[in-house]
Design a protein around this ligand. Sequence first.
Ligand code: PHE
Length: 342
Amino acid sequence: MKSQLSKLGEIALSEIMGADTPELLESLRVKYLGKKGELTAILRQMSGLSAEERPIIGTLANNLREKIEAAIEENRAAINAAVLQKKLRSEALDVTMPATEPIIGVRHPMSIVVDEIKDIFIGMGFRIYDGPEIEMSTYNFDRLNTPATHPAREWTDTFYLDNESKTLLRTHTSPMQARVMETVSPPIRAAVFGRCYRKDEVDATHSPMFHQMEGLVIDEGITFADLKTLLHDMAVAMYGENTATRFRPHHFPFTEPSCEMDVLCHECGGKGCRVCKGEGWIELLGAGVCNPRILEMSGIDPEKYSGWAFGMGLERAAMRRFKISDLRLMFDNDIRFLEMFK
Ligand code: PHE
């Protein structure tokens, strides 16, 4: 029995000291000292010993139990320290390491221009409104006096979102004329900025997604002269003192009379070039005096109030402002182009 004990002790101690995880250590404790453990099994056989042998073996067995317990405690402390060390090492934050430089973006030329134009209009007492890009045909067309047969309503021109042509991606910011008129009572000075969509092929001056600004003024005694003055002042604020503008008659179902305003070509100064397609002038916006039917449909008395509205393509404004000759550069997301606006 003596040799049985010393053999057990040897194996147990070497196994315990070799354990390297808390789980393994615990299973060894159960293996040797547990109720069904190996040392316990030996001690159970002690009843068969003679009276002289019993205390000797008993002492040996107790000593061994203490040794095993001590070894377990010793190794448990070592394992815990090692686990802690490993954790500290993997979670260490070395503040002396060189930092990774954060990549800070720049504002897109479109955002720059939109903010500049917003400033001009806020300075003139306008309020900025946001409108939905997913719009109802009612607001995009009907409430703007656009007849059911108008070519702009064709599936080939407009992105409809349902088979009944009830919802669409707005083709201009003008539906906000009706939305503002029915919620705000005059005097109204509204400016709306946002994306619009048309089924256009992409080229140097066209994109199926583009930005517009809508301006709307409704008050007593508003005339076409107010519109002309404000639009010319806006062009000067945007492009500088010597900016030349010209007004051409046009047709829109929601304004009467209607016009388009051009600015002198920034590229050639009026001689005619690729940018202005030989015209010498670049079309900037459509405008006009609000058709009384629009006011009426939106619950504003056209006998008492009059107003004007205009819609401006912002891509062209930005291209002129930064002398960009190809619209596609604005949406290609080429970092080299965008970094020019740092
Ligand atoms: N919505 C018109 C367009 O997209 C522009 C416009 C707006 C014209 C307001 C007159 C008044 O072409």
